[in-house]
Design a protein around this ligand. Structure first.
Ligand code: GLY
Length: 285
């Protein structure tokens, strides 16, 4: 997947650049890059995202601008571009985060396109994982929970070999000094239905302030506990983006959290860091 992902990220930067050249702001550019990546099945977001224990895509996504505006959706089903739904939450409600059925109804009321996000490849991988579990002897009564537990561990092991991952993120600073971050994911393979990871949570998977913006990928539960992007952005009060990413990643490593992060600082400097297994692709423009 890595070649396809690197190409997708490079193309997404170009999409964002064109939005900025056309007069769009950092938020428009970050959203456009995220939409582009959600439509690319090489990534774990939007079309081709990973499947939960019931074989469904449940998407998490969030956006934030450096002026504090923010919006997110969690465990969202059947919406083609979850990042657009997150932005609508930000712009059209008094809330920050909508989840599940309510989020899907809101997206429909907003006229956002629906889609079956399950691809033939993700269905094939799901079946492979089910077969692996069944041959492991899980009893029928435990089947549902076992899928959510044992196979999540199996998926984590596969992630270490670079087979999984693929949460998408974009960070942008425009020439008026607005910063924005956007993050979108299907989460983790075989997660329990209703599981929400860091990508839906402001301060965990996504954060922006006047001095920096950041987007994270990796083990959602760990990133939630760390408040990783908030920490990285706080570090950018004093540090450039690269050093802030490095220090945030050192803290994640100390905490045993496998993850990656991208960031832009208030002067437009960019940074990224990962602590091992995450197959990251980064392109700066
Ligand atoms: N970082 C994506 C997730 O764990 O949901």
């Amino acid at each position: 997947m890595e070649g396809a992902r690197a190409a997708g990220v490079a193309a997404a930067v170009e999409v964002a650049r064109q939005v900025l050249a056309g007069g769009g702001d950092a938020l428009d550019a970050a959203e456009a890059a995220a939409v582009f990546l959600e439509e690319d099945p090489a990534f774990n977001a939007g079309t081709g995202a990973c499947l939960n224990a019931e074989g469904e895509v449940e998407a998490d996504a969030s956006v934030m601008a450096s002026d504090g505006r923010s919006g997110a959706v969690a465990a969202l089903r059947g919406v083609r571009n979850p990042i657009r739904a997150a932005r609508r939450v930000m712009e059209r409600t008094d809330h920050v985060l909508l989840a599940g059925e309510g989020a899907a109804r809101f997206a429909a009321e907003e006229g956002l396109p629906t889609a079956d996000l399950v691809t033939a490849e993700s269905r094939r991988r799901y079946r492979e994982m089910c077969t692996a579990l069944e041959s492991g002897g899980a009893g029928e009564g435990l089947r549902h929970l076992a899928r959510g537990r044992d196979l999540a561990r199996r998926a984590a092991a596969r992630a270490r070999t670079g087979d999984l991952g693929g949460t998408i993120g974009a960070v942008v600073r425009d020439d008026r000094g607005l910063l924005a971050a956007a993050t979108s994911t299907g989460g983790m393979w075989m997660k329990l239905p209703g599981r929400v990871g860091d990508s839906a949570v402001i301060g965990a998977g996504t954060y922006a302030a006047p001095w920096g913006a950041a987007s994270a990928t990796g083990h959602g539960e760990g990133i939630l506990r760390l408040g990783l992007t908030r920490r990285c952005v706080d570090l950018m009060r004093e540090l450039g983006a690269q050093e802030a990413c490095r220090r945030a990643m050192d803290e994640a490593t100390s905490g045993g959290v496998e993850c990656g992060i991208i960031a832009v600082d208030g002067r437009g400097g960019t940074g990224d860091a990962t602590n091992g297994w995450m197959p990251t692709a980064r392109w700066t423009g």
